[in-house]
Design a protein around this ligand. Structure first.
Ligand code: PBG
Length: 325
């Protein structure tokens, strides 16, 4: 019989008190905003299933980056929509590729922004898989040199952090070795270490035009049922030289984020993915949810679970809301 001595409601009486005892404080300092770069100039095409998210040419990306910087968001994650696709994703390693050019343009604008790049083949291959195909399968080891070249080309263009999302085994080691051989030992690796084979990537595949043309990604992305395996993936990537690790998606995997946070001494990121964003946007459009309330609640939950870094399409909105309060 604790009551009436203990009355937890005493500390909930007003906002000043609630603010004082708040355990999780969202801040723009941990946000990364994903951007989709396409060829051309003056292109800004909204993604149907992701209201407020655009495919943009490099010039428009730079404009967006100025706004992102002004909002206090520390970094962007670049994804590319190349002019041409082929079986080996050749355009992904070109020094004149869409992402490489966008990196250079952002660098030239001299912004105080960290440039993260997604390293993967799925946006660049005509079959849409994250690696090259041999005998009808996604070939692990044959994919590694291409990923390493791609990471190197991003570093050469001026990226700060490369983020492999392909889920090939050994890719972190291959990328680290390649970067170091070319004197890019200071370029960090954020590995998508625990990336699940998720239905929540649907809208992204429209945004990045990267849907697999046959089969699915179950032979390389993780089974949603597994958490212990995620810890193994993280341990392997750290052994191979990852500086930071990511869990993706975020909401269905909060337990995994928590376990990774508790087990490892590195920065942990979570990717609040396209489908998680689209669900909120759709319900808000119908008038069924209060956008600001649920977005703050979702991102607070992801941070409370243990993610110090959150990649989210809500980043600009959240930064505006945090500025206003
Ligand atoms: C793969 C990649 C994907 C996402 C980020 N990197 C999609 C996939 O694996 O099919 C998804 C991001 C999102 O859904 O917001 N390069």
């Amino acid at each position: 019989m604790n009551h009436p001595i203990h009355r937890p409601r005493r500390l909930r009486r007003n906002e000043a008190l609630r603010g004082l005892v708040r355990e999780t404080r969202l801040s723009t300092a941990g946000l990364i905003y994903p951007l989709f770069v396409c060829p051309g100039t003056q292109v800004r095409q909204e993604v149907n299933s992701m209201p407020g998210v655009f495919q943009q040419s490099a010039d428009k990306i730079v404009e967006d980056c100025r706004e992102i910087e002004a909002l206090g968001i520390p970094g962007v994650m670049l994804f590319g929509l190349p002019e041409k696709k082929d079986p080996r994703g050749a355009s992904s390693i070109s020094s004149t590729g869409v992402v490489q050019r966008a990196i250079e343009a952002i660098r030239k604008a001299n912004l105080n922004l960290l440039i993260f790049t997604d390293v993967c083949l799925c946006e660049y291959t005509d079959h849409g898989h994250c690696g090259v195909i041999e005998n009808g399968e996604v070939a692990n080891d044959a994919t590694l040199p291409i990923l390493a070249e791609q990471a190197l080309s991003h570093a050469r263009a001026g990226a700060d952090i490369v983020a492999p999302s392909d889920m090939m085994d050994g890719r972190v080691a291959a990328i680290r070795k390649k970067l170091d051989e070319h004197k890019f030992e200071n370029i960090a690796i954020l590995s998508y270490a625990a990336k699940y084979c998720s239905g929540f990537y649907g809208p992204f595949r429209e945004a990045a035009d990267s849907a697999p043309q046959f089969g699915d990604r179950r032979s390389y992305q993780m089974d949603p049922a597994n958490a212990r395996e995620a810890l193994k993936e993280v341990a392997l990537d750290l052994e191979e030289g990852a500086d930071m690790v990511m869990v993706k998606p975020a909401l269905p995997y909060l337990d995994v984020i928590r376990q990774v946070r508790d087990r490892f001494e590195v920065p942990v990121a979570a990717y609040n993915v396209s489908g998680e964003y689209a669900m909120v946007k759709a319900a808000v459009q119908k008038g069924w949810l209060d956008e600001r309330r649920v977005v703050v609640e979702i991102l607070t939950g992801i941070q409370r679970a243990g993610a110090g870094i959150i990649l989210t399409y809500h980043a600009k909105d959240l930064a505006r809301w945090l500025k206003a309060c």
